[in-house]
Write a protein that binds this ligand. Structure first.
Ligand SMILES: Nc1ncnc2c1ncn2[C@@H]1O[C@H](COP(=O)(O)OP(=O)(O)O)[C@@H](O)[C@H]1O
Ligand SMILES: O=C(CO)[C@@H](O)[C@H](O)COP(=O)(O)O
Length: 480
C-alpha cells in the first residue's frame, strides 16, 4: 500500500492524516495544539507539526506529503532565514488602517482588477504595510515574505536558519515555494503572478516571495526522501478534500467562518465583500470569511457553564428566533461586514427572552446568519448553490446542523466527520506523487432539506444593521 500524508496547520491546531493513495482510506492520524493569540511565533507551528506527525505514526512509510494551512499570516524572514518577529495571523485586525491607506493609494477597483481582492486587515499586504509603518527597523530587515504553509513546507524540506540542527540545507530563501491558492490571499498576487509594485507599496521594498508552483507539481523532498507537494490555503484544501463540484457551496465553521465555491472563472468584486481567491486545482475560489465562527459557541458555552453537547441541546429547546433575542457575534471585530473595531452585542433582551436556551440559540443563529449573508454575497457573483456542504469543528453540533437548515435557503449536506483540509492536502500529495488527481469518494453523514424560517434572518438583519449604522456614525467627524 502506498501512503500519502496531508496536513492542516490551522489557527487552533495542526492535524495530520495518512491515507492510502489508491483508495483514500484513512490509515492513521494525529494532532497537536497551537498557541492562542493573533500573533504567533511560527516555531510553535513547526513544533506542533512535528508532534502531530509523530502522533500519526511518523512518515517512515509515507511516500508523499503536502501541507495546507491558515491563510494570509505574515511570516517575515531575514537574509539568514530567521523569523524576524512573530507572525500576524489572518484574524489580527491591527492592520485595518493600513488596509484603508493601501486602498486610498491604489483604489478598490484597481486592487480587484489586479489581485481579485480589495484589502482588509486579514490580507498579508496590509500586515506588511503595518510593519513598514509601526516597526520600520524590522521591515527594513525583511528579505523574504512567506505564508504559514509556505514556511512550514520549506522547514519540512530541511531549509531554515543557518546553524539549526533541523535545517541542514540552510537559509536558501529561493527555495521557498507556494501554490496559487495561498498566493491569492496576499493582495499582491493576481492571475498574471506576483504584482511586485503592490508588494513594494506595502513593505516599502522588494523581497523574495515563494515560487508559485502548479497544483500537482512536486516542490522537492524531505531530507528523508518523502515527496513534498505545493500545499494550499486551508479553504482551497477543503474544496479539494471534498472534491467540490459546480453547485456545491462549502460553509466551514472553524475558527473562521467561510463560504466558498470552485469556479472556472475568476471573480473581481470591487466592493471587497467576496474575495476572488484561486483554488488548489487550477480554478478559482470566490470566498467570504467571518472572524467569528466556532469560537462564538465556545464563548457562549463557557458563559453558560456547559459543554458543546449541552449548548446544542439548550439551543434546540428554544423556538426559532430565540423569542427575539439576537446575538450579533462580532467578538473579534469583523471582516464580513468589514467592521474591524466592532464588538459583540446582544439585542432584544426582555425578562421573557433572556433565558439560557434562547442565549444558546441566539449564538448559533447569529453565527449562521453572518454566513447566510456570505452565501448571498457569493451567489451575487454568479455562483449557483444547489447545496451547502457544512464542515469544520462546529458542524459536528446537532443544533448547528438543524439551525443551518432553517437559516440557509438551500439543502444542507453534512459530509462524514473528517479533516477535509488535511484530506485535501493528502489528495494533493497523491496527485504530486502519481500525476493523477485522486478520485476518492466523500461520504455524507446527513442531508437536510431547507426548513427556512425567514424570521431568523430578518431579526438578525435588523440588529446587525443597527450595529453597522452605529459604527459608521461613529466614524463620521462631528460638525461644528
Ligand atoms: N460539537 C461541537 N460544537 C460546537 N463547536 C465545536 C464542536 N466541536 C468542536 N468545536 C469547535 O470547533 C473549533 C475547531 O474547529 P476546526 O474546524 O478544527 O477549527 P480550525 O481549523 O480553525 O482550527 C473549536 O473552536 C472547537 O471548540
Ligand atoms: O482568513 C481566512 C480565509 O480568508 C481563514 O479561513 C483562515 O484561512 C483561517 O482558517 P481556519 O483556521 O479557521 O480554518
Amino acid at each position: 500500500m502506498t501512503l500519502v500524508a496531508g496536513v492542516d496547520s490551522s489557527t487552533q491546531s495542526c492535524k495530520v492524516v495518512i491515507r492510502d493513495a489508491a483508495t483514500g482510506a484513512l490509515v492513521r492520524s494525529g494532532r497537536a495544539s497551537h498557541p492562542d493569540g493573533t500573533e504567533v511565533d511560527p516555531q510553535a507551528w513547526w513544533s506542533a507539526l512535528q508532534q502531530a506527525i509523530a502522533a500519526a505514526g511518523g512518515l517512515d512509510d509515507v511516500a508523499a506529503i503536502s501541507i495546507a494551512g491558515q491563510q494570509h499570516g505574515m511570516v517575515v524572514l531575514d537574509a539568514e532565514g530567521r523569523v524576524i518577529r512573530p507572525a500576524l495571523l489572518w484574524n489580527d485586525t491591527r492592520s485595518a488602517g493600513a488596509a484603508r491607506d493601501l486602498i486610498d493609494e491604489v483604489g478598490a477597483d484597481a486592487y480587484a482588477e489586479r489581485t481579485g481582492v480589495v484589502p482588509v486587515a486579514s490580507f498579508t499586504a496590509t500586515k506588511l504595510r503595518w510593519l513598514r509603518d509601526a516597526e520600520p527597523e524590522a521591515a527594513a530587515r525583511v528579505a523574504a515574505v512567506a505564508l504559514p504553509h509556505d514556511w512550514l513546507t520549506w522547514r519540512l524540506r530541511g531549509f531554515g536558519p543557518a546553524g539549526e540542527a533541523d535545517a541542514p540545507l540552510g537559509p536558501v530563501l529561493d527555495e521557498l515555494a507556494t501554490d496559487r491558492s495561498d498566493a491569492s490571499g496576499t493582495a499582491y498576487w493576481g492571475a498574471d503572478g506576483y504584482d511586485r509594485d503592490l508588494l513594494e507599496r506595502a513593505l516599502g521594498h522588494d523581497a523574495v516571495l515563494p515560487r508559485v508552483v502548479g497544483p500537482a507539481d512536486r516542490v522537492g523532498e524531505t531530507v528523508a526522501g518523502v515527496v513534498v507537494g505545493p500545499g494550499a490555503g486551508d479553504n482551497a484544501g477543503a474544496a479539494l478534500g471534498l472534491d467540490a463540484q459546480p453547485g456545491d457551496v462549502v460553509v466551514s465553521i472553524g475558527t473562521s467562518g467561510t463560504v466558498f465555491a470552485v469556479t472556472e472563472q475568476p471573480v473581481a468584486d470591487a466592493s471587497g465583500t467576496v474575495a476572488g481567491f484561486a483554488d488548489a486545482s487550477g480554478n478559482w475560489l470566490p470566498l467570504i470569511a467571518t472572524l467569528n465562527a466556532a469560537r462564538v459557541l465556545d464563548s457562549t458555552a463557557g458563559l453558560l457553564g456547559v459543554d458543546h453537547a449541552e449548548l446544542g441541546r439548550l439551543a434546540l429547546e428554544a423556538e426559532p428566533g430565540a423569542s427575539g433575542l439576537v446575538l450579533v457575534p462580532y467578538f473579534e471585530g469583523e471582516r464580513t461586514p468589514n467592521l474591524p473595531d466592532a464588538t459583540a452585542s446582544l439585542h432584544g433582551m426582555t425578562l421573557g427572552s433572556t433565558t439560557r436556551p434562547n442565549l444558546a440559540r441566539a449564538a448559533v443563529e447569529g453565527l449562521l446568519c453572518g454566513l447566510a449573508d456570505g452565501l448571498d454575497a457569493v451567489r451575487g457573483q454568479g455562483v449557483e448553490a444547489r447545496r451547502v456542504l457544512l464542515i469544520g469543528g462546529a458542524a459536528q453540533n446537532p443544533a448547528v446542523r438543524a439551525i443551518a437548515a432553517q437559516v440557509f435557503d438551500a439543502p444542507v449536506a453534512i459530509p462524514a466527520p473528517g479533516e477535509y483540509v488535511a484530506d485535501g492536502a493528502a489528495r494533493q500529495a497523491a496527485w504530486a506523487l502519481t500525476g493523477e488527481r485522486p478520485g476518492w469518494v466523500v461520504e455524507l453523514a446527513a442531508e437536510l432539506e431547507p426548513d427556512t424560517r425567514p424570521e431568523i434572518r430578518a431579526a438578525y438583519a435588523a440588529a446587525a444593521g443597527r450595529v453597522a449604522d452605529a459604527a459608521s456614525a461613529a466614524s463620521i467627524p462631528a460638525l461644528g
